[in-house]
Design a binder for this molecule. Structure first.
Ligand code: AMP
Ligand code: MG
Length: 428
């Protein structure tokens, strides 16, 4: 659980008097600073539920999982071969007195001069502590000789070697992944307590927006933001409430906003948070909530709003399609994971690679250019920008497999410069 930082001003103090915090400048808000502000106001959902192991995939644990048993819970062979006692390593030959299979143990003890045939995963019989692999043994009827003697204790997996009984296996706050399902299954755990799903409502704003399936008139665009938002939210496993595209009409916007805040933990809107003529959102948000409006020192994604409307957290994303995705990944994703129950979220990893094309960039702001990571002829990973980097060019996001993250201090770069990248796709 995050505890409120009492040394920091509250949302309402900050909105009423922005200068109450040193170096707080809503007109040039550094990316990291904005992230920290948002993080201060996030508390994970309180309610939990118990789900089956299958259902726990992608959910966040609300309990510590301790191992109820040793894994493996008996000493067993790591190889197909012969189990015997290391005291017999120098014997001229050993007599085979039986066989142990995985799931079918040899239920007797072996003594001096004896061994058993043993398969991978089979329990070690009493009296045996070492396994000779079958390829390093000469067999003649019911006797074996070592062609290459193993080390004492070789090829045995010991009880508790993976996990000891009582050991912490997964902490509360852990996001369940495929390996975790297997891990808990290996402990015989059938269900776990997870945080309830977060409810996220969103809508687009703009008179120019048209739903797909209808023809476009001049000056109109299809509403694409609700589709990228749907995709990104779906991947996070939240409950999605899509409230449609709302025209730039103060009354309709007000109704939708209040309806959204009543039923969701988080409300996300796109468009209308800058200061154009039809940008009514700002007034509405000031009327109904406590919302901070920032010009983030970044590209794309300059206007961004964060705050609370009633109990709901509110994110006002820019309208431009690439800016929506970048601000979602850089601010909203992190915040949602925290609200879902992940404690201090781990920053996304960054890697430094050579960029093989020149980059135009203004110092003084962070840029998230869209990049393509590729291997050169020598098999080395390098990156190049996708091409035009306008915040309305959504094809750049489809082409990209990474963000090239250029921080405030970076200016124009020549081809061959080293840059930081954040990979968009992962294995799991
Ligand atoms: P705004 O922030 O409302 O001024 O919008 C900035 C730009 O993003 C304008 O060109 C809008 O047409 C465009 N835009 C806003 N919302 C959407 C949307 N849902 N889908 C596609 N483009 C949008
Ligand atoms: Mg608009």
């Amino acid at each position: 659980m995050t505890t409120p930082d009492l040394s920091q001003p509250s949302l309402s103090q900050l909105i009423a008097n922005p200068s109450c915090m040193d170096d707080y400048d809503p007109n040039s808000m550094p990316v990291e600073k904005a992230r920290q502000f948002i993080r201060q106001h996030l508390e994970p959902v309180a309610e939990t539920e118990t789900v089956t192991l299958h259902e726990s995939l992608g959910r966040i644990l609300a309990q510590d999982i301790l191992s109820p048993a040793n894994v493996p819970n008996y000493d067993n062979s790591a190889m197909d071969g012969y189990a015997f006692n290391a005291a017999d390593l120098n014997a001229a030959s050993l007599k085979i007195i039986g066989t142990a299979f995985a799931g079918k143990a040899f239920n007797a003890a072996i003594t001096h001069g004896e061994c058993i045939r043993i398969m991978t995963g089979a329990a070690m019989p009493q009296g045996a502590d070492t396994v000779a692999v079958q390829e390093k043994v000469l067999r003649d009827g019911d006797r074996i000789q070592f062609t290459e003697a193993p080390k004492p204790g070789a090829n045995v997996r010991y009880a508790g070697e993976d996990l000891r009984q009582g050991q912490s296996v997964l902490p509360a706050g852990h996001l369940m992944q495929p390996a975790d399902l297997g891990l808990l299954a290996s402990l015989g755990i059938a269900g776990v307590k997870v945080y309830r799903k977060l409810k996220v409502a969103f809508f687009s704003t703009g008179d120019e927006l048209v739903a797909i399936g209808k023809p476009l008139a001049t000056g109109q665009v299809y509403d694409s933001n609700r589709y990228t938002l749907y995709g990104m939210l779906n991947r996070l496993g939240v409950e999605i409430i899509d409230l449609g595209a709302i025209a730039d009409d103060p009354l309709q916007l007000e109704n939708t906003l209040l309806h959204a805040a009543e039923q969701a933990d988080v409300v996300i809107t796109s468009g209308g948070v800058s200061v154009g003529e039809a940008d009514y959102m700002k007034d509405l948000l000031s009327k109904h909530g406590q919302v901070m409006f920032w010009k983030i020192a970044m590209k794309p994604g300059r206007p961004l709003a964060y705050g609370k409307i009633g109990n709901a957290h509110y994110f006002g994303l820019p309208g431009n399609p690439v800016a929506v995705m970048v601000t979602f990944y850089q601010f909203v994703r992190d915040a949602l994971l925290c609200l879902m129950g992940q404690p201090a979220s781990v920053p996304l990893p960054m890697f430094e690679v050579e960029c093989t094309a020149p980059i135009r960039k203004l110092a003084g702001r962070t840029e998230f250019q869209r990049g393509i990571l590729y291997t050169d002829t020598a098999g080395l990973w390098k990156v190049k920008p996708t091409g035009a980097q306008g915040s309305a060019i959504l094809s750049s996001m489809s082409l990209a497999n990474c963000f090239i993250v250029l921080d405030d201090s970076v200016g124009n770069l020549d081809a061959g410069a080293m840059v930081q990248v954040q990979v968009l796709q992962g294995i799991i």
